[in-house]
Design a protein around this ligand. Structure first.
Ligand code: SF4
Length: 495
């Protein structure tokens, strides 16, 4: 069976298809303008959107099984002429999604916790409503009426927004964060879609890579000085930055220190990621360079799964690495897990959280497996067994309860395409240990200057409500060769 989705407004097409996908996990959903050949078991959703006069919009969703019409849903609504063009477009799109959602609910007999929301940052909607002065109860109602978000998820969004808001109070266009990308890992995990190379393949390029990074940072740090720009947080991510050897890592840390060390930053994160890339020497180095937050990411504490996903280490090494890192007294240690790794169910989730609870990290991040096009997993899906959406929800619940038992509260949340069970990624923290960088970037609250191959700088212009992105090229070789162009892209958006 195939499912086709068409829309008279082409810019809505992908989001409408995504919504249909959430109701039919595992079925191929295609967007199409002209649907000609279909077989009898294919499903078709035709979404039509018509403007009548100046302020009336008429939306229709027609549902076909093969060539037979099975249902027609229709709605007419009036637009407030005082809204800006952008708001009108957003509202019209949302009404189309809502009508399609209601049709899908009726057809399948299912409802989705996130309703018709398909965007990455649902918390942004809540911040927008809070900025307009709406009370919590009104926001809860809006989240249901306009998006059909369940009361549980709506409450979660409000709670997260309340944790975040004090951190955003002193945001200013001249306050930014800095991200440095080391797109290198020791091996490639099965599910990984990040543009990262394995260390054995790119070791010969690393010295030049660090020189290019330095050049990029030198120009921008000079500009920061001239413009009075302050750095609030620093983040070295990847990849796995600790895949670099001690000498290489020291060069990166020295470069960061040279260019950003005098800035009044409050948080400095290095993603350690994998325990097989960490040792005492590297941890000492991180501490010596004033790193305040590190990640040690198990993804799972089950050895069978670790082997299956291509990690070169065992769960016992994660525990050992964590204890070793604790001796260096970093302000905060984060641990990541993934819900829905192949072959895992509630038993495995329970084991993972039991081990993590004993370690007592400061931050705990729960990702939901998303099968991305660029991953090895996508190419070999049939070789693995995955949890059903219902089982994935139960696993998320186990991690959620585990985080609460560790004294944490949720503090950031985002969603991605193709997530198992149409769920979310959620970060927990011991109160006051929330990662500033994670909140600022996820909520699009702050400009992020990003350095290195595959790093994407984000320029936030709050007055205009506008965001511009400046992506660096993904390939390490190309990044080194085109470094001046990468700098130029950022400079253009800074003025
Ligand atoms: S450690 Fe992270 S970045 Fe590296 S391959 Fe695995 S998932 Fe990808």
């Amino acid at each position: 069976m195939l499912i086709y989705v068409s829309s008279t407004v082409s810019e809505y097409k992908n989001e409408l298809a995504e919504l249909v996908r959430a109701f039919f996990p595992g079925v191929t959903v295609k967007t199409a303008d002209n649907i000609e050949k279909v077989s009898y078991d294919d499903l078709i959703f035709k979404c039509c959107h018509k403007k009548i006069g100046d302020n009336i919009i008429e939306t229709t969703v027609e549902f076909f099984n093969g060539t037979e019409t099975k249902g027609k849903y229709h709605e007419r609504f009036e637009l407030d002429p005082n809204l800006s063009k952008l708001e009108l477009r957003r509202l019209a799109k949302n009404r189309s999604k809502l009508l399609l959602y209601q049709a899908l609910e009726e057809i399948t007999g299912r409802c989705l916790e996130w309703g018709c929301l398909t965007g990455i940052r649902p918390t942004k909607i809540v911040h927008g409503l809070m900025d307009q002065g709406f009370e919590e109860e009104v926001i809860l109602n809006i989240l249901y009426d306009d998006y059909r978000v369940s009361s549980e998820k709506a409450r979660l969004l409000i709670d997260i927004a309340k944790v975040q808001r004090p951190y955003f109070e002193n945001n200013h266009p001249n306050k930014i964060s800095v991200y440095i990308n080391i797109p290198i890992c020791s091996t490639k995990c099965l599910f990984c879609s990040f543009p990262s190379a394995t260390i054995d393949r790119c070791n010969h390029l690393i010295n030049d890579y660090i020189l290019a990074l330095e050049k990029e940072m030198e120009v921008m740090s000079q500009l920061a000085k001239e413009k009075g720009i302050e750095v609030e947080s620093l983040y070295i991510g990847g990849g796995t930055p600790t895949s670099l050897n001690v000498i290489q890592l020291e060069k990166v840390l020295s470069a960061v220190d040279k260019h950003w060390g005098s800035q009044p930053w409050k948080e400095y994160t290095v993603e350690g990621g994998r325990p097989d890339t960490m040792d005492k020497e590297k941890l000492r180095l991180l501490k010596d360079f004033n790193v305040t937050r590190i990640s040690i990411n198990p993804q799972t504490m089950n050895n069978k799964t670790l082997e299956l996903i291509g990690r070169d280490h065992r769960a016992e090494e994660i525990v050992h690495c964590f204890h070793m890192a604790r001796e260096f007294a970093f302000d905060s240690i984060n641990m990541d897990v993934i819900v829905g790794l192949p072959g895992e169910g509630t038993k495995e989730a329970r084991h993972t959280i039991e081990v993590i609870e004993k370690l007592k990290p400061d931050n705990f991040t729960v990702h939901t497996l998303a099968v991305k096009r660029a991953s090895r997993l996508k190419e070999s899906l049939d070789d693995y067994k995955f949890a059903s959406p219902e089982l994935a929800v139960d696993m998320m619940d186990i991690f959620y309860k585990g985080a609460i038992a560790m004294g944490m509260t949720p503090y950031y949340l985002y969603r991605q395409k193709y997530m198992l069970g149409n769920m979310e990624n959620i970060g927990f923290a011991i109160p006051s240990k929330e990662s500033i960088y994670n909140m600022q970037i996820m909520e699009d609250q702050q400009t992020i200057w990003a350095f290195g191959a595959a790093a994407i700088s984000k320029f936030v212009y709050p007055k205009e409500g506008r965001i511009e992105r400046a992506p660096n090229v993904k390939n390490i070789d190309e990044y080194i060769n085109r470094i001046d162009e990468m700098i130029e892209r950022k400079l253009k958006l800074t003025f």
